[in-house]
Design a protein around this ligand. Structure first.
Ligand SMILES: Nc1nc2c(ncn2[C@@H]2O[C@H](COP(=O)(O)OP(=O)(O)OP(=O)(O)O)[C@@H](O)[C@H]2O)c(=O)[nH]1
Ligand SMILES: [Mg+2]
Length: 280
């Protein structure tokens, strides 16, 4: 795949034989204490996958460390962006790069040690199974999934947030906000950057919604989510507010469409019945 006019994701002329199958996209901002560890772990657990670090010019020099690693290991690549611009735009830039380079499976993974490398390998294996799911989500909330180091309030917030998302959007996914996931390249094809409204953590919900709307198959695999190992969280109240507002707006639009469809079908049923009566 490649990027066409206006940055739209397009099929690429890459030959099948030249393809490297999977790439793990790792967005980073000030992850100097984590970057080496995460790269080592992914290389050890998913040795046939490449890695793309998408760094937003981290002031702590994360991008420089990633460059050094890329010099020594041809499986590691680095995409530098000029300034901190949010998780969503960083991932979109990473997806575009991965599609341009002909990868078939594109993995999302945080740099902070929250996502276990053995779960990454497991999700890739699941994505490679014959049913070829379009999206494999590493889920904390399916049976067998869990979090370590989260207090009851954080568990409640994540579960309640996902229940709200499901009630409004009907995605049928227990962990739509999960950040460890694998996309099949085809399902990302044709996405316009402007289709993605969320810049922060609503990005994961936004992407799940798009895959669902495109009729893609989504499966969830249980994972163990760990607390960040080092460095500071970039999570903020604004990011939660953005997610809540977007989900509410999408949900209202979704339910309005359902009501419109329902009223159309009721009207056409009534009209049909009236016609039958007149005919008799
Ligand atoms: N390139 C880039 N990466 C980002 C940006 N914001 C966050 N990240 C990265 O995205 C990943 C997730 O961010 P975190 O700060 O861990 O957010 P979180 O996992 O929701 O929050 P915690 O559980 O508190 O760690 C990490 O690898 C961050 O370095 C950004 O603006 N640009
Ligand atoms: Mg984190």
């Amino acid at each position: 795949m490649t990027t066409g006019e206006h940055g739209v994701l397009m099929p690429s002329p890459h030959k099948e034989t030249l393809r490297v199958k999977s790439i793990v996209v790792v967005p980073t901002y000030n992850e100097i204490d984590n970057i080496d560890t995460v790269l080592n772990r992914v290389r050890a657990h998913a040795p046939s996958s490449d890695i793309l670090v998408v760094d937003d010019n981290s002031p702590d020099g994360t991008g420089i460390v990633a460059d050094r690693r890329a010099e020594d290991d041809s499986h590691i690549h680095v995409l530098h962006r000029e300034e901190k611009n949010g998780l969503g735009p960083a991932y979109l830039a990473g997806f575009t790069w991965a599609l341009d380079h002909g990868y078939e499976l594109i993995v999302e993974m945080d740099a902070d040690g929250s996502h276990r490398p053995q779960d990454v390998a497991l999700l890739i294996q699941r994505a490679e199974m014959p049913d070829h799911p379009d999206l494999v989500i590493g889920s904390r909330w399916v049976s067998g999934g869990t979090t370590h180091g989260w207090d009851a309030k954080r568990v409640f917030l994540s579960r309640a947030g996902n229940a709200y998302i499901n009630a409004l959007l009907g995605l049928g996914v227990l962990d739509a906000t999960a950040g460890l996931r694998v996309y099949r390249a085809n399902i990302l094809c044709g996405i316009h950057p402007e289709d993605i409204e969320a810049t922060g953590y609503g990005f994961q919900v936004n992407m799940t919604k798009i895959v669902h709307e495109r009729g893609g198959t989504i499966v969830e695999m249980p994972i163990t989510f760990l607390e960040r190992e080092a460095g500071e969280s970039k999570l903020s109240g604004d990011i939660f507010t953005e997610e809540l507002q977007l989900v509410t707006r999408w949900g209202l639009a979704h339910r309005a469409t359902q009501l419109k469809d329902l009223s159309k079908s009721v009207v056409s049923t009534i009209n049909g019945k009236l016609k039958d009566r007149r005919a008799r």
